[in-house]
Write a protein that binds this ligand. Structure first.
Ligand code: ADP
Ligand code: ZN
Length: 746
């Protein structure tokens, strides 16, 4: 009972104001806090709140008002007060709805999604202002002594330059900070406060782009119209590599900039995209704001703030850029929309392409999905009319498609010599290319020297102790490596199984081994190796790209990092060492992905006036993927692929969701997997497969089992999954990950 009321006294105290604050933690719902009397908070405000002994940031998700029924929650007297509000515009409503939507779709905690939107909490703090100086123009006060150092500083500042910081001045004038301070105290320098983080420069939307071909102009017009409509639309931009897709969507970005709204471009691997950034700068005069995991601390904070403040006009980023709180987003472009890199596989498991469409829908804005080899998902949506479609059929300037030759590795006359990996047909073509003063590229999507190392006397295979995976020999770094967990070891001198000495032999090729073969065949050629582990960081990759462009390299050998949109004018030959590599394993998209990757690799050959040639080594020349590549008949391949998926009710014609159960204790993992299987949902239009050991049954020391829910396309899987998971107690030591629309089946 309320004592005050019971005693009949009127109370003048105002009612407690409450807010519901979403914290960036995997909690089921927001927490309630009290708003201090001197604080105004609206939905979206960024705040600092107490949580146990800690202080955490959060975002106001709802504000209590008269008539709401929050009193049922925590008693007003027990509410902790909000500590402070950060000086930022509130997180826009659409961003908050997006967080909730993604959480519901992926069955993640909303706080985990919020964490992706505010991944640098330090950016919430107001950046410190920098002290800087301008010359005051005053004359020196009486008694002022002009020293050499003071004269040097003043001389530096004579021009009509920008304000300069003391550290900067001291460095350039080769004097101590004290000299600068003395000048300021004498009134010869005027202090000004500088923004520690300058505003991003504004791209110039009115600079002229290249003159577009009629097809390109029509495509650009359609995208511009979508932007000007200020309404949701999704459009597939489908065109071969080099057809001008980028030029076309640059026109849409220009239209968005002219509206004064923000534009977002998602690229699959932003760290590798310096050519894209250069092109953007040539077109718009300045670089866009970048967002990706390689950005270092201060850059990252500045980028986040400029985006949240609405000062970043164009943002280019990896998938995580989608979650940033844009105050006025007007356009999203997903370039290379088919790329697997858009799928995030840990934490919140999501596909950025699909989430981009959802974000566009919630925001009432257009999204363009761009690819030379669109995913079957997107093509199907375009065919059924859910998405619009723009085709760019021809390469710009009439450059012809490369001629693709399949090399049948089963035939004795085309097979490489024993313990070699390049067919005589391919090496002959390489010799011709080099003789013509042109460049060749060999593609093998396998890092290291050899994928498997075994003992010649007993057959023992070197395996990772933490994963179901062979150790890969890396001869350049003289280590064995696990490509899943990063475990490394030396090559043992004696076999741990039979104790034979020096008995290990390498089986199969990795790029390092191909490089060795090339060095034997072409001792005078200049060879560069391009893989993610021989080149650390975007800068190293950029250096190799520059060398290839400058023709300081004759033969480039690499993995998929090399396949991405690099443009090498003198590259006329592409050799695919193992075209079948991606086709193994039970992945439903194996053929589609192999086609996309090889198509992209092949597209590196002959991009200018020189015609290109592609040689594809395969044991399965009759495979639809190889046939489609040789005949340049993408659509026939996709039609066959679509028929197969449709017949089996696989995506995009049916739906999948996976449960991955993992833990260190194998028995516990197995038990939970069986319990979940017994509690599986039932129905005519659904089926549950498993539990089965995951192909990576052991990963980083954790045992893994999989269950797969397969339903008809129209079924909403989230409620099914939710009640399924809610029906079985999950021990604390076992983890269940939910993967809605899985792309990886490992
Ligand atoms: P895609 O994105 O489809 O691969 P790009 O937009 O990168 O194609 O265009 C390929 C190349 O052709 C680029 O170097 C681009 O600058 C050039 N290009 C495309 N369209 C034109 C045009 N209309 N005028 C001049 N150059 C163009
Ligand atoms: Zn491992």
């Amino acid at each position: 009972m309320d004592l005050l009321t019971a005693s009949g006294m009127e109370t003048a105290a105002p009612p407690v104001r409450r807010v519901r604050v979403l914290l960036p933690l995997p909690l089921a719902s927001p927490y309630d806090y009290r708003v201090p009397d001197d604080m105004e908070l609206e939905a979206g405000a960024y705040v600092e709140v107490p949580l146990g002994p800690r202080h955490v940031f959060g975002v106001v998700w709802a504000v209590g008002g008269p008539g709401d029924n929050w009193e049922a929650g925590v008693a007003a007297s027990r509410l902790k007060p909000v500590i402070r509000r950060f000086d930022l515009p509130p997180m826009p409503e659409v961003s908050r709805r997006f967080v909730d939507w993604v959480a519901a779709y992926t069955l993640s905690a909303p706080g985990s999604v919020l964490r992706m939107a505010v991944s640098v909490s330090a950016a919430l703090e107001d950046p410190k202002q920098l002290l800087a100086y301008l010359p005051s123009g005053e004359s020196p006060p009486p008694g002022f002594k002009m020293t050499d150092a003071r004269r040097r500083v003043l001389a530096l500042m004579e021009e009509d330059g920008p304000p300069r910081t003391p550290a900067d001045l001291a460095r350039d004038a080769a004097c101590g900070i004290g000299v600068i301070r003395g000048l300021a105290e004498s009134g010869l320098l005027t202090p000004v406060a500088l923004r520690a983080q300058p505003r991003p420069p504004i791209p110039d939307a009115n600079r002229a782009g290249p003159e577009l071909s009629p097809d390109q102009a029509a495509a650009a017009g359609a995208l511009r119209a979508a932007v000007d409509a200020r309404a949701y639309s999704a459009t597939l931009v489908d065109g071969v590599t080099g057809s001008g897709k980028t030029e076309v969507y640059f026109e849409a970005i220009a239209a968005c900039l002219r509206q004064g709204r923000q534009a977002l471009v998602l690229l699959p691997e932003i760290a590798l995209s310096s050519q894209w950034l250069d092109r953007f700068a040539r077109r718009f005069g300045v670089r866009p704001v970048e967002w990706h995991s390689d950005l270092a601390g201060a850059h990252r904070r500045a980028a986040w703030r400029s985006i949240a403040n609405g000062e970043a006009p164009v943002v280019v980023g990896a998938r995580s850029a989608l979650f940033l709180p844009y105050p006025d987003l007007g356009l999203i472009v997903v370039d290379e929309e088919h790329e697997a890199a858009f799928k995030q596989e840990d934490g919140v498991i999501y596909h950025a392409r699909d989430m981009a469409v959802a974000r566009a829908f919630l925001g009432g804005i257009p999204v363009a999905l761009v690819s030379a080899t669109p995913s079957l998902e997107t093509l199907t949506n375009a065919e059924t009319g859910r998405y619009g479609r723009i085709d760019l059929p021809a390469r710009h300037g009439g450059a012809s498609l490369p001629e693709v030759t399949l090399i049948d590795l089963r035939r004795p006359d085309s097979r490489p010599p024993a313990r070699h990996w390049l067919s005589p047909i391919l090496t002959q073509a390489m010799a011709e290319t080099l003789a013509a003063g042109e460049q060749a590229m060999l593609f093998l999507n396998r890092r290291g020297y050899a994928p498997l190392t075994l003992c010649r006397s007993c057959g023992f295979r070197l395996q990772c102790p933490n994963c179901t995976a062979w150790l890969v020999e890396h001869r350049l770094s003289r280590r064995l490596q696990c490509h899943h967990c990063g475990y490394t070891d030396r090559l043992p001198e004696t076999c741990p199984s039979c104790e034979a000495e020096h008995s290990f032999v390498a089986c199969g090729p990795g790029v390092e081994r191909v490089a060795e073969e090339v060095a034997q065949l072409f001792p005078d050629a200049r060879v560069a190796l391009m893989t993610s582990d021989t080149l650390i960081g975007p800068q190293a990759i950029q250096t190799v790209i520059e060398e290839v462009r400058a023709h300081k390299v004759d033969i480039l050998i690499g993995t998929q990092v090399m396949a991405k949109g690099h443009h090498f004018p003198m590259l006329t030959l592409v050799g695919v060492v193992d075209g079948d590599l991606g086709l193994g394993g039970g992945d439903l998209r194996a053929a589609e992905r192999t086609f996309q990757m090889l198509h992209q690799v092949a597209g590196r050959a002959g991009r200018e006036s020189r015609p290109g040639r592609v040689f594809l080594q395969t044991h399965m020349p009759e495979h639809p993927v190889m046939q489609a590549l040789a005949a340049h008949d993408r659509d026939a391949f996709l039609a066959a692929e679509a028929d197969q998926r449709r017949a089996m009710d696989l995506p995009p014609y049916g739906r999948l969701a996976a449960l991955i159960i993992s833990g260190e204790d194998e028995r516990q993992v197995d038990k939970l997997a069986r319990d979940l299987a017994r509690a599986a949902p039932q129905g005519d239009d659904l089926q549950v497969l498993g539990p089965a050991p995951a192909p990576l049954a052991l990963l980083r020391g954790r045992h893994r089992r999989r269950l797969l829910l397969k339903t008809a396309r129209g079924v909403a899987v989230q409620p099914l999954l939710q009640s399924w998971l809610g029906s079985v107690p999950i021990p604390a030591a076992v983890r269940v990950q939910v993967d809605v629309d899985p792309y990886s089946f490992m």
